[in-house]
Design a protein around this ligand. Structure first.
Ligand SMILES: Cc1cc2nc3c(=O)[nH]c(=O)nc-3n(C[C@H](O)[C@H](O)[C@H](O)COP(=O)(O)OP(=O)(O)OC[C@H]3O[C@@H](n4cnc5c(N)ncnc54)[C@H](O)[C@@H]3O)c2cc1C
Length: 379
């Protein structure tokens, strides 16, 4: 067991961090405010192989693991560019197709994931299901050699900028994962108005008897449940990485400000009322990063069950760390914490998101209570 990242991983972090610095918070916030996408950044990251770092080499990817992809996501977030679609497109969708897809599906989709030219959204959440995946109603049924998809999904990120969406649907034997191109007949969506400053928008999707070919279902229809669980672990690891990256950024801004700002005889950072919370959050971020790296290592070692527990814990710890980090960074800046110039208030929505999605803080605590501690469930 090693707590030291490989030379390659350290070099990857450095290179991605340099790319992120070329864009940075101002670029990201300007795009979000104007309703534009971070296309230039996505394309450059794709060309440099960062988005496809975990795609198998035979399909043009870097042949790395989820730990490498999580490092990319974390460093971009730490540079002020938390890319929500990284959590779904290269993490859940590419991972699931690489692990479970047929050879035709892999040849069709993976090269596009490898260079970032293909983007895929992920849709599990439904209006009446939310945290309770047992209530999912969106279903597929066989008609001849085709599949017919019907149902509604909500809070789906980025549907206006992707080529397809990986949908969790129910069929006779349980859940299956279905790839639905965004131009499929009968597939419509509408944007949800959000007070969240992010270039990626959220949508409610409507599948009105969408006819899909036989190969729309990923891999074997009997493996759906396994696929969903396998996909959710990378999602949590990536969600945690994005959160720890953004938390690092918030704390580094706070520390810089606390060293420079002086309203008494010494810089405000010398007052323990500010120094201790910053130190505490720094520790919490490092703990969350450590758990995220553990979850990624377990996932990459094929230990799905252990990875599930660690990924949930990492996601919880990272969500708490970023919420505390942004809050304390704003406090450290006084009035400047709420100005556009210092770019902290614009992080508030995303910092809260980390406690809600892709799995809420309460559902992680339920998971740990029931699975790790074997306590009875109340719901
Ligand atoms: C910006 C954004 C982007 C998103 N992107 C995607 C996406 O791309 N794809 C996708 O599929 N989904 C996406 N989601 C959905 C997200 O995963 C859900 O919002 C999240 O899982 C919570 O579900 P819900 O909103 O329905 O809350 P609910 O399930 O209604 O829960 C509401 C509250 O009740 C609590 N609660 C519920 N049940 C229990 C219980 N048993 N015990 C204790 N507390 C409980 C929850 O923790 C939460 O605090 C996104 C959401 C947001 C806000």
């Amino acid at each position: 067991m090693s707590f030291v990242e490989s030379e390659e991983r350290i070099a990857l972090r450095k290179a991605v961090s340099e790319l992120g610095a070329k864009y940075g918070t101002e670029y990201f916030v300007a795009k979000a405010r104007s309703g534009e996408k971070t296309t230039e950044l996505w394309e450059e990251a794709g060309k440099l192989g960062y988005l496809g770092v975990a795609v198998p080499e035979e399909y043009g990817g870097g042949g790395g693991g989820i730990g490498d992809l999580a490092a990319v996501c974390e460093e971009l977030a730490a540079a002020g560019c938390p890319l929500l679609l990284m959590v779904v497109s290269p993490a859940i969708c590419a991972t699931v197709i690489a692990r479970f897809g047929t050879s035709e599906q892999k040849s069709k989709w993976l090269p596009g994931f490898a260079d970032g030219t293909l983007k895929m959204a992920f849709a599990i959440t439904e209006p009446d299901a939310g945290s309770n995946a047992h209530q999912l109603k969106t279903h597929v049924r066989r008609v001849g050699d085709d599949w017919i998809l019907k149902g509604t999904k909500t809070f789906i990120s980025g549907i206006d900028e992707v080529d397809a969406v990986l949908v969790v649907a129910i069929q006779k034997t349980g859940p299956v994962l279905v790839v639905v191109p965004t131009n499929a007949e009968g597939f419509t969506w509408h944007q949800i108005e959000m007070d969240l400053l992010a270039p990626e928008k959220q949508f409610t999707l409507f599948f009105d008897d969408v006819r899909l070919p036989d190969d729309a279902v990923v891999g074997s229809p009997d493996q759906g449940l396994l696929q969903v669980f396998a996909g959710l672990n990378p999602e949590r690891i990536m969600g945690a990485s994005m959160a720890t990256g953004s938390a690092r950024l918030a704390i580094s801004k706070a520390v810089t400000y606390a060293q420079q700002r002086q309203v008494w005889d010494n810089p405000i950072g010398s007052h323990q009322g500010l120094a201790h919370p910053l130190a505490k959050i720094h520790i919490e971020i490092e703990l969350a990063r450590l758990m995220t790296q553990k979850a990624a290592a377990l996932y990459d070692a094929g230990r799905d069950k252990d990875a599930g527990e660690a990924a949930n814990m990492a996601k919880y710890a990272a969500g708490e760390a970023i919420a505390a980090a942004v809050d304390q960074a704003i406090q450290t800046h006084g009035g400047n914490g709420l100005t556009s110039e210092f770019g902290l208030a614009s992080m508030l929505g995303m910092s809260r998101l980390s406690r809600i999605a892709p799995v809420s803080r309460e559902m992680v605590l339920n998971f740990v209570a029931q699975n790790s501690l074997k306590l009875p469930r109340s719901y």
